[in-house]
Design a protein around this ligand. Structure first.
Ligand code: G3I
Length: 305
């Protein structure tokens, strides 16, 4: 293939990007989007604060712009994210107990129902595990409603959109030896053993010098896949530049291609200037939309073998 999406498709995978609604009027941006990618994630527009700014009043304008643009171009959509401790609307931030549990479940049900049939995979729950060495849950208002809040969210999402794959999504879960990775692994193992509806695990894959692409990445992806879930690289970006960065991107693509149930890769933005990172050059296109060395290494890795 000559584009990321076409080359990934030849390997039975997708290649996606995060999209921001306010950039859909930027023709350089849209040209690259339409040419290279076959999966789209809304960078912010499907989050809880965007879709339910007032309790019980749902707002889908910006999310719909992204979903419709993608689907009109024959692309699929990953939904991000139904339940998260961050990016909660103001009204939810200070809620607790059963009122919060009910509000969270209603949000999951309403949003997943609204998009029923249009979403390839939902990040049902995002970033619920703690950083550091505990391997346990992150403290949050949602966690304080009871340890079963995650499975309750997955059950609500399944009921609302039975056709969407349901994912748990987190960051710094790439290195197999990290406690956080092990904690998520044990939760997925538990969910599978008890029939909680989970279909996939998303690895955000935000890499930098403090959190480099691990040499055991393939092991991590393979071990999760062996639990009976798909694995997806959902928010890939890698700090750095030149051949070092290109090599790290290559390693991520190779790790995914080596695991049958690694169904696709999404980068978290198109050009370096589109990145959420305040500085740096973590993506595949430079600020002018030119292909970087990292782009070429990804394309070659997708086309290899
Ligand atoms: O839209 C407003 C604008 O009106 C306002 O003037 C401006 C001033 O701060 O803020 C704008 O909103 C910002 C928004 O991005 C759009 O640019 C928010 O402040 C800012 O917090 C928000 O950051 C997003 C971040 O998630 C929030 O948690 C990033 O764009 C987005 O890339 C990032 O994505 C997350 C994933 O969802 C989860 N995994 C980590 C990843 C990177 O942090």
């Amino acid at each position: 293939g000559t584009t990321l999406g076409a080359s990934a498709a030849e390997k039975g995978r997708y290649f996606g990007t995060a999209v921001a609604a306010n950039k859909l009027s930027d023709s350089t941006y849209v040209n690259i989007l339409n040419r290279e990618f076959d999966m789209v994630t809304a960078e912010n527009e499907m989050k809880m604060d965007a879709t339910e700014p007032s309790q019980g009043q749902f707002s889908y304008g910006n999310a719909d712009r992204i979903v419709n643009q993608a689907r009109n171009q024959g692309k699929r959509v990953r939904g991000h994210a139904l339940a998260w401790h961050s990016q909660q609307p103001g009204w939810m931030q200070n809620m607790s107990g059963s009122a919060l549990r009910q509000a969270m479940l209603n949000h999951v049900t309403q949003v997943a129902t609204y998009y029923r049939g249009k979403i390839y995979a939902w990040d049902v729950v995002n970033e619920a595990f703690a950083d550091g060495s505990s391997g346990g849950r992150r403290d949050s208002n949602l966690q304080r409603t009871g340890n079963d809040w995650i499975e309750a969210a997955f059950r609500a999402a399944r009921a609302a959109d039975p056709g969407a794959k349901l994912c748990y999504n987190d960051y710094n879960t790439d290195n197999w030896s990290h406690a956080k990775t092990q904690g998520v692994y044990r939760m997925v193992q538990d969910f599978k053993s008890r029939g909680v509806p989970i279909d996939c695990v998303g690895f955000q894959a935000h890499f930098n010098s403090g959190n480099p692409v691990p040499s055991n990445y393939h092991t991590t992806l393979q071990n999760f896949a062996a639990l009976g879930v798909d694995v997806q690289i959902t928010e890939l970006d890698i700090e750095g530049s030149g051949s070092t960065q290109a090599q790290q991107y290559q390693g991520v693509v190779q790790a995914c291609l080596a695991v049958a149930r690694c169904t696709g890769i999404t980068v978290w933005g198109i050009r370096d200037t589109d990145s959420w990172r305040a500085s740096g050059t973590p993506l595949l296109f430079d600020g002018s939309g030119n292909k970087k060395a990292a782009y070429t290494s990804v394309l070659n890795a997708l086309n290899a073998g």
